[in-house]
Design a protein around this ligand. Sequence first.
Ligand SMILES: [Zn+2]
Ligand SMILES: [Zn+2]
Length: 423
Amino acid sequence: MSSNESIASIILGSASFYDMMSRVQMMNRMSEYDEELITGIIEQIDNLEQSKNDIEKERIALQLKMEDQERKISEKADEINALNAKMVKTTDEINRLALEQEKINLDKDTLAKNNAALKAEEEKINAAVLAQKQETEKRLAEEAEKKAAEKASAEAKIAKEKADAAAAAKSAQEAAEKAAADAKSAYEKTAAQAEADKKAAQSSAAKKAQEEAAKAAAAAKAAQEAKEKAAAEAAAKQAEEARKAAEAAAKEAEEAQRAAEEAAQKAAEEAAQQPQYVSPYPSSEFIWPAPGFSYITSGVGPRWGMSHNGIDIGDAGIYGGAVVASKAGTVVVAENYCPHDYGKSGSCGCGGGYGRYVVIDHGGSYTTLYGHMSNVAVSVGQYVEQGEVIGYVGTTGWSTGAHLHFEIRINNVYQDPEQYVSP
Ligand SMILES: [Zn+2]
Ligand SMILES: [Zn+2]
């Protein structure tokens, strides 16, 4: 039922006009009240509408704020991810640097070890060269002494021969004297007989002859004595001269030895004063040590933070090639141990890094060194001619591939081999 219908039914249900009027009045009052009520409700609705709008505005503002926050959060998350990635990268870098540092330390250790081994080998070579030098000096001194003794003994022999000749002359003289005496006695006998026969007549003549014979014998004796004395004096003089000659020879030998020592000393000093890497001798004295191969892969100078003290000859196909003595001399080192005949980036330590190698002493403070051979074909103390095969090219010791490492030294000072030899 609508409100108009209910109002109508209320009015129509009136029992009388008065009742109806009172009902109309009541209805009017009710209506007024309703209007107030409706107005109040409308106001309330307006208020609600207003607060709804406010709330909506607030909601939208909050929504915007939230979106803004979310955007900011997402930005921060990106930033955090970027930082995390950066941190991972930094950690990797730190690890890599630590590894590198470790490797550098290892390399440093290896280098230090190799340097120590090289130094030890160096000392070994020096000792061998020194021993060879002392041996040579001793032999020269012994030879000089022997020569002086031989000369003195030869001169003594000559003096003895002269003395023997004098003795022989003396005995011949004695024999002659005896013959003269025999002749005299025979004559005396004959004279005695004659005297017996012709005593009176010939006595004065016989006496005179006898006197003359005696006089002749005395003269002969005096002459003989003088001759003997002269011979003895001559022999003594000869012996004295021989002694003097022997002394002079010994002195001469001593002086020669001293002069040789001085010359050697002077040569050594001069050699020591020579500037490094400059050849004071004609290059024709030395020859190329790897016949048939000519490619120099490395010369003297700094390499890998160290000093490279010789030249490396390393053509393709050089492995097994002959290595020959650059100059004649005596082998002072013949190191033939290193089972590591293959290319390597570090040193196996054999031969102080030279692997299988040979050092030859050429005299005059000169030595040559041949390194990294696959096999050594000579032994210590052996004399080798220039060009004689002393071993074969390999890659033993500190060697990255097959090559011959060749050094020339004066008084153990490294020279530049390219100043001395060419292929
Ligand atoms: Zn080795
Ligand atoms: Zn080398």
